[in-house]
Ligand binder design. Structure first.
Ligand code: CCH
Length: 292
């Protein structure tokens, strides 16, 4: 009910916590979907909205939420994210004062935190932009490629090798869908709980190319129920990446700390500092923490 938004309404942290809680509720209304949570696909929306950033031209990123517009909405990398955008649309009608960029990144924060991950420092300030600000296709990583490609894509956003590996740990969550990316299956046995199992499994399991008519992906030889993308497997092939992957396999605390920092930065890509309503990001309490 847009008419109810007062022109001078200035939302407080409490207002954003209400949005967070509503997202957490909707995430759970997924009895018949995948593994029982919309959390993973919501995190993917926050990431794809942010990962288009180019530090040279200062274009892309989460600021303008340009994935609302075609052709960006139809880019191959964004296949299936219409589901996540539609879920967030419900929240937007209930809290019309929030910008799409803030909503989608807060969705990513809620997904990580409510799926047992670390706190992700976050603050509002993104503004809704226009179709002209949408980014060209090809800015998000292509799973069929190798280490050079990963570096090109993530260095362009301003990340280093350690952050590339930490961010990739998000693949502990969710799964690939044949009808979205062409790939199939989950990376871990607990796809709606964030752990460092993605890294542990990369080292502990024997991985072999899956024999099928789909795109090249790996499967674990033991259970044949888990998968790795070529870009995931690079993290234990490339020497520099492997060092960090090993650290994260050995310690979930170290992974959580670095993941939190990297995701917080990811979600702020492309947002001019002066747009943020607070100089220091907030820690949004989980639904559970709010009960204490
Ligand atoms: Fe990812 N990701 N991702 N990813 N991703 C896919 C699914 C998820 C790549 C490719 C794919 C990150 C990095 C990469 C998630 C979060 C992150 C899929 C399957 C592909 C393909 C899509 C489908 O079929 O539904 C590649 C390549 C990279 C390179 O680094 C980063 C970074 C993040 C977040 C920080 C999540 C979560 C999913 C699961 C989505 C779901 O619907 O379950």
């Amino acid at each position: 009910q847009a008419a109810k938004v007062k022109a001078n309404f200035v939302p407080t942290k409490e207002d954003y916590i209400k949005v967070y809680n509503r997202i957490a509720e909707i995430m759970d209304e997924a009895e018949n979907y995948d593994d029982g949570s919309y959390g993973p696909v919501l995190l993917r929306l926050g990431w794809h909205a942010s990962g288009t950033y180019d530090k040279e031209t200062k274009t892309g990123g989460s600021n303008y939420a340009t994935m609302r517009f075609e052709p960006e909405a139809l880019h191959g990398a964004n296949a299936g994210l219409n589901l996540a955008r539609n879920l967030m649309e419900k929240v937007k009608t209930e809290f019309p004062w929030i910008s799409y960029g803030d909503l989608w990144t807060l969705g990513g924060v809620a997904a990580i935190q409510e799926m047992a991950g670390p706190h992700i420092p976050w603050r509002p300030g993104r503004i809704d932009g226009f179709a002209e600000q949408a980014t060209p296709d090809g800015r998000l990583p292509d799973a069929s490629q190798g280490g050079d490609h990963l570096r090109n894509i993530f260095y362009r956003m301003g990340f280093n090798d350690q952050e590339i590996v930490a961010l990739s740990g998000a693949h502990a969550l969710g799964r690939c869908h044949r009808d979205r990316s062409g790939y199939e299956g989950p990376w871990t046995f607990s796809p709606i709980t964030l752990t460092n199992d993605y890294f542990k499994l990369l080292f502990s399991e024997k991985w072999a190319w899956k024999r099928w008519d789909g795109p090249k992906q790996l499967e674990d030889k033991k259970s044949k129920s888990l998968m790795m993308l070529p870009t995931d497997y690079v993290l234990v092939q490339d020497k520099s990446f492997k060092k960090f992957a090993k650290q994260y396999a050995d310690s979930q605390d170290v992974f959580f700390k670095d993941f939190s920092g990297a995701v917080s930065r990811l979600f702020e890509l492309g947002v001019p500092t002066e747009q943020f309503v607070t100089p220091e990001p907030w820690i949004m309490p989980t639904v559970e923490e709010q009960k204490d």
